[in-house]
Structures are given as C-alpha cells and as structure tokens.
Design a binder for this molecule. Structure first.
Ligand code: ATP
Length: 373
C-alpha cells in the first residue's frame, strides 16, 4: 500500500470543512485520478499530502508511515502544479538538477539520472536551453523531470496539463502514462476534466464538497455509479423520472410516463408507488429503423428520429418516443452507413440491465450540484 488517507478533515478559519472525513487507499504503482467540480477540495487534498497544510484530524500514511508531522522536504512526495515555475536564469539541465543538488548528491550520479529523465520526458537536446525559449509542452515536461529527479515514491499532479492546448494535452497524457509505467511510480492526479480522468486512470475517485463519493475503475463508475451525482458527472446520461409498478424477483417494472413502461434489472428492493430516477447511457441504447407500428414489446419502444449527427466513429441520435420522452442514442455506423433522416420511424431498445435506478435524493437532484461553482 503506497498511500492511506484515514478520515482526514480540514477546515480553513471557522468555515465549513473543505475536506470532510476523507478516506482513500492507493496501491503502489497505481494511477489514481481525483475528479471533481471546481472548489470541491482537490488542491487542498494534494497540499495536505505534500505537507503544505496540516489536517485538523486524521492520518496520512505513506508506505505505512504517518507523515502528518513530517516537513514537506522530508516526505517522499513529488508535486507538479498547474502553474509550475521554472527558474528562468537556469538551463533546463540545471532546473532539473535543483533538488538533487540541494541534497548534495554527487554530480556524476545526478548526470546519469538526468540523462535518463531527459530521454523519458523527450527533452534530449534541450538541456542547455533556457525556459524562455521553451514551448508550453516542453516547459511542462521540464517540470515533470524536475519532480522526478528527486525520485519520489508518490507523484502529486494538480491539473498539470490544463494550461496547454487540447492536442498537446492529449499527447502529453499518453506520454505521462508511458513515463509512469516505465518508472513504476505511483500517481495521484487531480483534474476536473472527465475525459482526461478516464484516459489516465487505473482507478478514479469522485470528490464533491470535500467528500469522496465513490472510487473505482472508470468502467465501474460509468456503469455502476453510486449516486445520481456520480452518474451525471461522468459521461452523458438520459434521465427519466418514474413510479414503481411492482417488483418481481430481481426485475422491477416502472411507469416512466405515457406509453413508457419499462422493466429494469435491480439488486435492490422497490416498493409499489415509490418514486424512481432511471438513468440510461446513450451507448447502451439501440435504435432499429422500422415502419411496422406493431413491432414493440418489452423495453422496445416506438419512436421517431428528431436529429442525427455523424461523428465519424458514431452517430448521436435524438429519438422522440411515442409518449413524448426524448432519448439520446449513441450508435456505431454500419460501413458506409448513412445518416438517419429526421422523421425516420423505428424502435429504441433499452436493455434491462442498462437502466440504472436511484431513489430521488431528498430536496431533489439539483441540490447535489449546488457546490459546483
Ligand atoms: P479548483 O478545481 O477550482 O482548483 P479545488 O477542487 O482544487 O478547485 P480547492 O482549491 O481545494 O478546490 O479549494 C476548496 C475550497 O477551500 C474553496 O472553497 C477554497 O476557496 C477554499 N480554500 C482553499 N485554500 C484556502 C485557504 N488557504 N484559506 C481559506 N480557504 C481556502
């Protein structure tokens, strides 16, 4: 176990806690991504682990040792923040060498390590350059190499790519994963970009209002979200509101409005008349064009295409169901497939196990988003 955060809390001044009874374990060599809306406490959490802040309570264990009272420079932790500052009057090489030189390591071993880091970070040939002439991506790589030069066991990254343009950002993401794998280092990476989180992570955690709502693999969070907030925060969802008709074994029948009675597989217990939120991911749905008005059936609902957009690797359809509800359907095009014209009739098939059910949170779903800004 690399990192164990045990019930840590942190409040500033007399305010409400910014980190609220937060627990998490991260394995050695894992890439763990923390995702959450602005202001949810992500940076504060990294600052606590790095040692720039002290928790009001709880333990921070790195390789079994409680580091809460250990000064920043003694923690086996490296960090890369969004606004990394390189020393402008120093070359790339000297910037990377700062940490090892402060610790008075010998120049021969520093040179060897930096040579390796320059090739891992793709900076070979730039060692004598000054930061002023580096591109955004290059200077971010220097910041990464500088953090790695101290041989941290754990690397904390706070939105390190957010200042870069989108295509560079995507490349650097892949490079970061490759670097992490070749060094076997543990990553704790913070972002508010869900695509970035899914692409980078072995596991990810969703943070809201200083609390960890759920941690798991991207697939677990996508297909088995623990709350409406998590479901809505990762990927797109269709939302339906309904009333339970009855449950038979592990199948529940739900009235989602006119001409929209669906059955859903469930591990829970639902009572007749209970309110229910039904979430469905667009790629879990299928649309089958058909002019046969009788072709319906269990979870096969008649509808009409209202909009169809071709994105190359998929179509995004807006289908208006017979009772008026609208669903987004993401489907893969056939080879040479054509865009389905608005007005095309057919059926949407909703697999029983793809309906994710929640009890409506008290005060309504929107309250969950209240801290978002
Ligand atoms: P963002 O994605 O916008 O960077 P974040 O999730 O990293 O947000 P934090 O920077 O951890 O959020 O801040 C969480 C809350 O704590 C915010 O309301 C912020 O104003 C507050 N906060 C952070 N640092 C301090 C501080 N030193 N003193 C007082 N309040 C602070």
């Amino acid at each position: 176990m690399m990192v164990r955060l045990q019930s840590i809390s942190k409040a500033f001044a007399a305010g409400q806690p910014v980190i609220d009874d937060f627990s998490l374990e991260i394995e050695t060599g894992e890439r763990f991504i923390l995702l959450g809306p602005s202001g949810c406490g992500k940076t504060t959490l990294l600052r606590l682990i790095a040692g720039f802040e002290k928790p009001d309570k709880g333990g921070i264990f790195i390789e079994g040792q409680n580091v809460v009272h250990m000064p920043v420079e003694q923690r086996p932790v490296g960090f890369i923040f969004q606004n990394h500052a390189l020393f402008k009057h120093m070359t790339v090489y000297d910037n990377i060498a700062v940490g090892p030189r402060v610790r008075k390591e010998d120049e021969t071993s520093i040179r060897k390590r930096i040579g390796k880091l320059l090739s891992i970070t793709g900076l070979k040939g730039l060692e004598s350059a000054y930061p002023g002439r580096l591109s955004g991506g290059e200077s971010q790589r220097v910041a990464i190499a500088r953090a790695l030069a101290n041989r941290p066991k754990l690397l904390l990254l706070d939105e390190p790519l957010s200042a870069l343009d989108p295509s560079l950002r995507k490349n650097l993401r892949q490079e970061l994963v490759e670097m992490q794998q070749s060094l076997g280092i543990t990553f704790l990476f913070v972002t508010h970009d869900q695509e970035e989180a899914m692409e980078l992570s072995d596991r990810m955690g969703i943070l809201q209002g200083g609390r960890l709502l759920q941690a798991g693999t991207p697939a677990e969070l996508y297909d088995r979200p623990a709350s409406p907030f998590v479901a809505g925060f990762i990927g797109e969802v269709n939302r339906l509101t309904g009333t339970v008709i009855k449950q038979t074994g592990s199948v529940v029948k739900i009235d989602f409005g006119p001409e929209l009675t669906l059955v859903a597989a469930t591990g829970g217990h639902w009572l007749e008349g209970e309110s229910v939120l039904g979430f469905i991911r667009p790629p879990r749905l299928a649309f089958q064009p058909s002019d046969d008005p009788e072709g319906g059936g269990r979870n096969r609902i008649a509808g009409m295409v209202r909009q169809c957009t071709f994105y190359g690797d998929h179509f995004l359809l807006t289908v208006e169901l017979i009772g008026g509800a609208r669903l987004s359907v993401k489907s893969h095009p056939q080879p040479m497939g054509e865009v389905l014209a608005p007005g095309t009739r057919g059926f949407v098939r909703i697999p029983e196990e793809s309906l994710i059910l929640f009890r409506p949170p008290p005060g309504g779903e929107r309250r969950l988003d209240a801290r978002e800004n």
